[in-house]
Design a protein around this ligand. Structure first.
Ligand code: PGA
Length: 263
């Protein structure tokens, strides 16, 4: 059975002192015995400092929020996968809806980034999700399916099984509106079966698929109990130490429960 995974996406938030403070607190409270895997994705400029703080804490993984697909060159302002690897960063968020919306990233860019991350041994966290209009038109499943297929295009089975997928409906991100557990589970099941079609059930059983969008400790209990929802990509609530710990605790409890009573 897959372990649950809670990832904090800090976005462009926190000053350096607050970022360090949060990491020190997480470091001292996350035990090595818990089943839930934990990762944080701070702003890139903090990666080196925070990697140093966490170098003896393997139970907290660190990811970047974005990268370019080229290894090096005249690309002012960009960060390469090789640079992330040099810092021992383990993961990278790719194709977050804010990147697609504000920085015009399209499915082709996302696919190039996924491939490049894998080439450099980074785990891509591939984000997919529909906007409100698409959902209201009843096209959410098709839209997300297409984003997924384009995102993993050209990957072989051993590459697909290394990816993490985050289903993040845009209308739920930072809005306080959460997609219900039932609706999120429906899309996440579709994502898993699409992965199965593109690879094998052996691969699709291994891939972690997260929900993201206004995840908080008081609304996530419902989602995390579904066997196919492997955890959360958490924005706002990951900036608050107590909230983030509560989400990890919820995931630990859900894992123990699904082991005995799968939903
Ligand atoms: P939110 O962000 O939890 O603040 O809605 C989630 C995300 O964008 O990853």
């Amino acid at each position: 059975m897959r372990n649950k995974l809670i990832i904090g996406n800090w976005k462009m938030n926190l000053g350096l002192a607050d970022a360090q403070d949060l990491v020190f607190k997480l470091k001292s409270s996350i035990g090595s015995k818990q089943s839930t895997e934990v990762a944080i994705c701070p702003p890139s400029v903090y990666l080196m400092t925070l990697m140093n703080v966490l170098k003896d804490t393997p139970q907290i993984k660190v990811g970047a929020q974005n990268m370019f697909y080229k290894e090096e060159g005249a690309y002012t302002g960009e960060t390469s996968p090789k640079m992330l690897k040099d810092l021992h960063v383990q993961m990278v968020i790719i194709g977050h809806s804010e990147r697609r919306q504000y920085f015009n990233e399209n499915d082709k860019d996302v696919n190039l980034k996924v491939k490049s991350a894998l080439k450099f041994g980074l785990t891509p966290i591939l984000c997919v999700g529909e906007d409100l209009k698409t959902r209201e038109n009843g096209e959410a499943e098709n839209y997300v399916k297409n984003q997924l297929i384009e995102g993993i295009k050209g990957l072989n089975n051993s590459e697909i099984e290394k990816i993490i997928i985050a289903y993040e409906p845009i209308w739920a991100i930072g809005t306080g509106k959460i997609c219900s557990g039932e609706d999120a589970n429906k899309i996440i099941k579709m994502i898993r079966s699409t992965i199965k079609d593109k690879s094998s059930s052996n691969v699709s059983d291994k891939v972690k698929i997260l929900y993201g969008g206004s995840v908080k400790s008081d609304n996530f209990k419902e989602h995390i109990q579904y066997e196919d929802i492997d955890g959360g990509l958490v924005g706002g609530a990951s900036l608050n130490f107590e909230e983030f710990i509560k989400l990890i605790d919820l995931a630990n409890t859900a894992h123990e429960q699904t082991q005995s009573h799968p939903v």
